[in-house]
Ligand binder design. Structure first.
Ligand code: BMA
Length: 323
C-alpha cells in the first residue's frame, strides 16, 4: 500500500519544505506504546512476506535501552513485544545484555541480520540473526568499543560482506566519520576504508549511516544522519549520498542540503530535542515510493516518504562534490 501524502508533483522545493514528506499520522509509534516504555525510537523495520517485522529501540521507565521485536500488517500499525528480544548466545560470555540500541536489519542471503550498538565495556557493534523473528541468535561482538551506527550491505561486494559504521567515544561523541569494513564470514572484519567525513552546516559535527544502502544502477543510495552543534546542543538532520557500486567507500554524490531536519513539534520537543534519526526504509518497487522510518526527538518513531527517483535526482542536483 502507498502512504504517500497528496503532494503535487515536485517542481523545485519551496521555502522550508524538505525533500522527505512527513506522514500526516506521525508519530506512527508514540512513546507510550508499551506499558513500561519511556520512549520508542530509532527502530528498524523490514518487509517480511506480505507483512512487516521490526526491531524496536525501547527505553523503559528504568531508562534501560533494549531492543524489542515487533510485527505489522501494513508498516504503519505496529504490535511491539513488551519483552525485550531473548538472544540465544553462541558464547555465554555475551549473555548479559547491558544495553542495546539503534538496531538496523539487513535482509541478506535469505536471513535477517541485525546490527546494533551494544554495551560491552563501552558502546560497540554486535550482530545477530533471525529467520523468523521468533528465534534470535546473537552471533558476536563484531567491532570493539567505541563504535555506533553499523549497518550491513544487503549482498556481498567483490566476494566480501561489507558494513558501514562510525567509530566514536564513550560519551555523546563530538566527532564522527563513516567508515566501512569487509569480512569473509560476517564475524571477522578488516580491510577498513574511510567513506566520508563531516562537512559544513547541518553535518559539521558528526555523521553516521542510517538505513541499509539501496542498490541502484547509479550506485548505492545511502541515507545518513548529520549533526551540528548549536548553543543548545546537537541537532540531528538527514542527508543522502550515492556510493560506488563496486568500491562503496568511494562517494559519487552527497547532498549539501539536508533532506529532512527537525522542524515539527514532535521532532523538536522530547527526550532529546531536535533529532530526526533515520534508521530504515522500505522501497515499493511498483510505485517507486520510498518510506523512511526515523526516530523523532529520541521519543517516537515517525515516517516520511519520497520516491527513490526524486531522492537520486535531489542528491545529484544538490551535490556538494560538484565543482
Ligand atoms: C546518539 C544515540 C542515538 C540518539 C542520538 C541523539 O548518540 O544515542 O540513539 O538518537 O544520540 O540523542
Amino acid at each position: 500500500m502507498s502512504v504517500a501524502t497528496e503532494a503535487a508533483p515536485r517542481q523545485g522545493l519551496i521555502g522550508a519544505e524538505s525533500l522527505l514528506k512527513r506522514y500526516p499520522g506521525n508519530p506512527i509509534i508514540p512513546r507510550n506504546a508499551l506499558p513500561d516504555s519511556d520512549s520508542i525510537l530509532n527502530s528498524a523495520v523490514v518487509r517480511f512476506g506480505d507483512a512487516y517485522r521490526g526491531m524496536f529501540r525501547v527505553d523503559n521507565q528504568n531508562r534501560d535501552m533494549l531492543i524489542h521485536p515487533g510485527r505489522s500488517a501494513d508498516g504503519l500499525h505496529w504490535e511491539i513485544d513488551p519483552r525485550p528480544v531473548q538472544w540465544q548466545c553462541r558464547d555465554s560470555e555475551l549473555e548479559q545484555i547491558v544495553y542495546a540500541y539503534d538496531p538496523r536489519i539487513t535482509p541478506l542471503e535469505g536471513r535477517y541480520y541485525i546490527t546494533w550498538c551494544h554495551g560491552y565495556h563501552g558502546p560497540c557493534i554486535a550482530m545477530g540473526v533471525t529467520d523468523d523473528f521468533e528465534k534470535f541468535e546473537l552471533l558476536e561482538v563484531v567491532l570493539p568499543p567505541f563504535n555506533r551506527n553499523a549497518v550491513l550491505f544487503p549482498r556481498k561486494i567483490n566476494g566480501r560482506y561489507v558494513m558501514l559504521h562510525r567509530p566514536s567515544d564513550n560519551g555523546h561523541t563530538p566527532f564522527g566519520d563513516i567508515f566501512l569494513s569487509q569480512s569473509p564470514d560476517l564475524i571477522h572484519w578488516g580491510s577498513h576504508r574511510f567513506v566520508m567525513g563531516t562537512a559544513g552546516g547541518w553535518q559539521s559535527t558528526k555523521i553516521g549511516a542510517g538505513p541499509v544502502p539501496i542498490e541502484t544502477d547509479e550506485g548505492w543510495v545511502m541515507i545518513y544522519h548529520g549533526v551540528l552543534t548549536s548553543c543548545n546542543g546537537f541537532v540531528y538532520s538527514v542527508g543522502c549520498a550515492i556510493l560506488d557500486l563496486d568500491q562503496p567507500w568511494k562517494v559519487l554524490h552527497r547532498t549539501r542540503r539536508y533532506i529532512l531536519a527537525p522542524t515539527e513539534p514532535y521532532e523538536m520537543v522530547g527526550s532529546v530535542p531536535n533529532v530526526t534519526f533515520p534508521v530504515a526504509c522500505i522501497h515499493e518497487e511498483k510505485t517507486d515510493e520510498l518510506r523512511v522510518y526515523y526516530g523523532a526527538a529520541d521519543t517516537s518513531v515517525c515516517l516520511a516518504t519520497t520516491t527513490l527517483r526524486e531522492l537520486i535526482d535531489f542528491t545529484k542536483e544538490h551535490d556538494m562534490l560538484k565543482s
